[in-house]
Each structure stands twice: as structure tokens, then as C-alpha cells.
Design a protein around this ligand. Structure first.
Ligand SMILES: [Zn+2]
Length: 156
């Protein structure tokens, strides 16, 4: 009997009732007489339940109302960036901001299929650029603003 232990994969398939009936019956009979495989089956059942409970818990942690609240807050922030941009005349700040906004405008124009859809994507793209601005200043303060970028930085 001990030579006929089902493999772990077989055990999973057995628990999910994906084996042919004959093989499934053979494994059931084997488990009934094999404490080792009965333990393995119990462990697999426990793991499956743990994973399902974890997945449900994660769904509860971020309900749709919270997600929409975050998006609403993000959408209300771009005016702050425009204020910061007009106040930030030093190239060290203005250049990365200009690059981010040029990319932001380019991207938002490319994907603007409708007002609601575009607003969602704009907010996400904005956050991405905003995070990189806070993380580092990629260009030297002595670099001039490229003319093409300077032209793109006018607020809409
Ligand atoms: Zn066994």
C-alpha cells in the first residue's frame, strides 16, 4: 500500500474532483488506510481554506468605496501641482516637473476616449510622475529647459 501513495499533484486534483472516477476511488481507499496521506490531504485542505480566507480578507481591506475615495482625492490634487509649477521657476524643480507634465499631457491626450475614462487614467499617471518627482531630481540644476518642453508646460 505504501508504494501507491498519490503524488501531491494527484492529491490536489483528487480534492478538486478532477480525477477519473476510478482513480479518485482508488485514492479515497488509499487515504482511508494510510495515515500519512490522510495527513497530507488534511494539510492540503487546510492550506486551501487559509488561502481562500486570506483572499476574502484582502477583498475586505479595500472595498470599492475606499478605492473611489482615494481616486477622488487624487483628482482634486492636480491644481496644487499647477500652483507649485508657477511658483517653481528654478530649473532644478521646473525641468523635471516640465518633463512629467509634458509626458502627462501627451499620455492623457493619447488615451482620452471619454471624460470619465480619461480622468481615471490621468489621476493614475499623475501619481506615478508625482512619486518620481519626490524621489529624485533627475537633471542638473544647470541644464537649460529644452524649448520643446517649455512650450508644452502651459496649463490647459
Ligand atoms: Zn499513502
Amino acid at each position: 500500500m505504501s508504494q501507491l501513495h498519490p503524488t501531491p499533484d494527484e492529491l490536489v486534483d483528487y480534492l478538486h474532483e478532477e480525477l477519473p472516477a476510478a482513480r479518485s476511488a482508488a485514492i479515497a481507499a488509499h487515504i482511508a488506510g494510510c495515515p500519512e496521506c490522510a495527513d497530507a490531504r488534511d494539510a492540503e485542505v487546510s492550506l486551501t481554506q487559509t488561502l481562500r480566507a486570506h483572499a476574502r480578507a484582502q477583498e475586505r481591506e479595500l472595498p470599492p468605496s475606499v478605492v473611489s475615495g482615494i481616486w477622488a482625492q487624487l483628482r482634486s490634487r492636480p491644481p496644487t501641482v499647477w500652483e507649485r509649477l508657477s511658483a517653481a521657476l528654478r530649473p532644478a524643480i521646473a525641468v523635471p516637473v516640465a518633463i512629467a507634465i509634458a509626458a502627462f499631457l501627451f499620455f492623457s491626450i493619447k488615451v482620452a476616449h471619454g471624460p470619465a475614462h480619461a480622468a481615471t487614467i490621468d489621476a493614475g499617471y499623475y501619481v506615478e510622475n508625482y512619486a518620481t518627482l519626490d524621489a529624485a531630481t533627475p537633471l542638473s540644476a544647470d541644464d537649460p529647459i529644452p524649448q520643446t518642453l517649455a512650450n508644452d508646460v502651459k496649463p490647459r
